[in-house]
Each structure stands twice: as structure tokens, then as C-alpha cells.
Design a protein around this ligand. Structure first.
Ligand code: 5GP
Ligand code: MN
Length: 334
């Protein structure tokens, strides 16, 4: 597929994260070095803490540059869909992608991939799509050609999708891959600082507000919930990505199994849900049953077309429905 193509479009999911942007830019870099014309298109805004990556400034944002993006898509002979398992994750960008006659390839680590691509590379056990991109390049003998910039991108995605290698990161091969990336000369300490020590003052204070004013803990359920309305977000000069990762923090409380975060979307009239869990608590099942979404066992999300008050009621119903699994405290103590 790579040899035959000339013009490549790479797409990834709405509200792209480190794994989405990292895998897209690394794949783009690899294919550009092979002489291909490559464009990365994302559905909407992606966070500033990812903009240090080489060529991040060349990413086309579909919600702002529709005509240009459509032209690139119509000229493409290969479309690579990264870190997504279904067209819905592309939001409005799904329409021109699904309609395109180009060959399509999916590289992803979410469960139950939908069959909208000619070639599907799906490994739900993988830590990240970046890990899969590395493995693919390795399998076709390309690691020698991998540049330092691509190695930085892949490191960033693997690091962010595993919470700095603290979950989903027991596969020993991950550390062999990391060693290969470090051999490319990347400065992982600096990348960590660029991603994590990059708070604005407002974002840092929002974190304090969440933890001291908004977090509700349900000790007997080993669960917690926090919510943020648009008003609260604007009080803290919220920018997309500002609360990225915060949903993991309540899991640092002893014995916690589940953390729930509900946020009023700043673009559409809906509530976005983020769920994080530990051990075998199925956050993805809860997301599918109650929040119209899905995801991984321990990291899932969804969205609800309702008010915050209604979403909070749904969250309480979800907690009640999963009470038997939550009250049993043995699983998380290990
Ligand atoms: P986050 O909480 O970071 O927004 O999302 C965590 C994970 O949940 C994502 O990697 C994705 O797998 C899944 N997810 C989030 N939102 C949705 C959604 O609306 N639909 C589906 N199917 N999965 C979602
Ligand atoms: Mn991912």
C-alpha cells in the first residue's frame, strides 16, 4: 500500500490527544522521507501542549479549512486513519473520508473496529497507536530511516496514552521500543516537560478548583465524580485540552476504582463524559450503557445530548447499576 501511493492523507480523531497527533505526525514524517506527498487533517482544534512537534503547524484543521482539506482528500490515493475505530470519531470529517475512493488503512488500538477501511491493523492490547506505528515501520524494515522528529512524536503518544507508562504498559516490548526511540537521540525528559509542565496559571488554578471545590467522593463505592459547566470553564480561561488527564487524578486516592468527569462541551450543546478505572472495572461498558460512548477497559468516554443536571442524574444511575462491582474493594487494593 505504501509503495503504490503518491498522495497520502492522514486523519485522526476529534479533539486529538498526544497519541493521535504523535502517531499522525510520525507516520507523515516517515512517508515524506519516502518521497510521498502527505497531509495530516484533524477534525478540530488540538491542544497547545502538542504543538512543539515538528510540522504540527502544517496540520490542517477541518472545521476551519474545509475547502483545502476536501481538495487534499480528493487528490489522495491513500487515506490512513489513526487512533480511530469508526468514522464517527472523525465528526464532520467522516463525510468526505467515507465518500473518498482512495484506498484506506486503519491503524488503531480500540475495541471492535468498524469495517470502513480496506486494510485494518487493529490491536486493542497495544498501549497506543504510536506503538503500532512503530511496530509497522519495524515490520517493513523502516526503523533505520525513522528520524529523530518521528521518534519524538512516537514517544509522546506512547507516554500520554499510558499516563507516563503507569497503565496499559506491562508489555516488555514497549521498553524495547522506547530504547530504540532513545537511540534516535530524543530527549525524553524535555518532551515530558513540554507535555506536562506546560500549565498556564489559569489551568493550574482550575485544577485546584476541581480538587478542592468540585470533586465528590463516594467512599463506599470507591468512586468519584466531578463536573464543569461552561461558566466554570470560562472563569478559568479554559482552552481545549486544559483538563486533559485531570480525570486520572482521583484514582490516586487510596482504594479508588472509578473516576467520572462530566464537562459541558464548549462547541455543541452536549455533555462530554470521561471515565477512568483500575483493574478489571469495565469503564467502556459503563460508557456504552450510560453515556452513548465506549473506549478501553480502563479509559472510556462518551457524550450526552442533555443538560448537566440530567447528566449528573445519569452518572448516579450508572454508579448504582455498577454498585455490586464497585463495593467489592478487593480488586483495587493489590
Ligand atoms: P477521553 O476521556 O480522554 O475523552 O476518552 C478516553 C477514551 O474513551 C478515548 O480514547 C476513546 O477510546 C473513548 N471515547 C471517548 N469519547 C468517546 C465517544 O464519544 N464514543 C466512543 N465510542 N468512545 C469514546
Ligand atoms: Mn490512542
Amino acid at each position: 500500500m505504501f509503495d503504490a501511493c503518491r498522495q497520502v492523507v492522514i486523519v485522526t480523531h476529534v479533539s486529538a490527544d498526544g497519541d493521535a497527533i504523535g502517531s499522525s505526525l510520525a507516520m507523515a514524517e516517515y512517508l515524506k522521507k519516502k518521497g510521498k506527498m502527505v497531509r495530516v487533517i484533524v477534525p478540530n482544534y488540538f491542544p497547545d501542549f502538542l504543538r512543539w512537534m515538528t510540522d504540527a503547524d502544517k496540520i490542517v484543521q477541518y472545521d476551519r479549512h474545509r475547502a483545502a482539506a476536501k481538495t487534499y482528500i480528493s487528490c489522495a490515493d491513500l487515506i490512513i486513519c489513526l487512533d480511530i475505530n469508526e468514522p464517527a470519531r472523525l465528526d464532520d470529517l467522516a463525510t468526505p473520508i467515507v465518500a473518498s475512493n482512495a484506498k484506506k488503512m486503519m491503524i488503531d488500538h480500540h475495541l471492535q473496529p468498524k469495517r470502513f477501511c480496506d486494510l485494518i491493523i487493529s490491536y486493542p492490547d497495544a498501549s497506543s497507536t504510536c506503538e503500532l506505528v512503530f511496530r509497522l515501520i519495524d515490520a517493513i524494515g523502516g526503523v533505520g530511516q525513522l528520524t529523530k522528529a518521528a521518534a519524538e512524536d512516537l514517544y509522546a503518544g506512547m507516554c500520554t496514552d499510558t499516563g507516563k507508562f503507569s497503565y496499559n504498559a506491562n508489555d516488555p516490548d514497549i521498553y524495547i521500543i522506547l530504547s530504540e526511540l532513545l537511540r534516535k537521540g530524543i530527549d525524553k525528559d524535555k518532551i515530558n516537560r513540554r507535555i506536562y509542565n506546560n500549565y498556564t496559571e489559569a489551568r493550574f488554578r482550575l485544577l485546584g478548583y476541581i480538587l478542592s471545590e468540585k470533586l465528590q467522593v463516594f467512599p463506599e463505592l470507591h468512586a468519584s465524580l466531578f463536573t464543569l459547566t461552561r461558566d466554570e470553564l470560562s472563569r478559568f480561561k479554559y482552552l481545549k485540552g486544559d483538563t486533559e488527564g485531570v480525570v486520572n487524578m482521583p484514582l490516586e486516592i487510596k482504594g479508588m476504582k472509578l473516576s467520572m468527569y462530566l464537562r459541558e462541551d464548549t462547541e455543541k450543546p452536549r455533555i462530554l463524559a470521561s471515565l477512568r478505572s483500575v483493574d478489571d472495572f469495565p469503564a467502556n461498558r459503563m460508557a456504552a450503557e450510560f453515556f452513548g460512548g465506549g473506549g478501553h477497559l480502563n479509559a472510556a468516554g462518551g457524550n450526552l445530548p442533555c443538560t448537566m443536571q440530567e447528566a449528573i442524574e445519569i452518572a448516579h444511575k450508572a454508579l448504582e447499576a455498577y454498585r455490586p462491582l464497585l463495593v467489592d474493594s478487593h480488586a483495587s487494593q493489590g
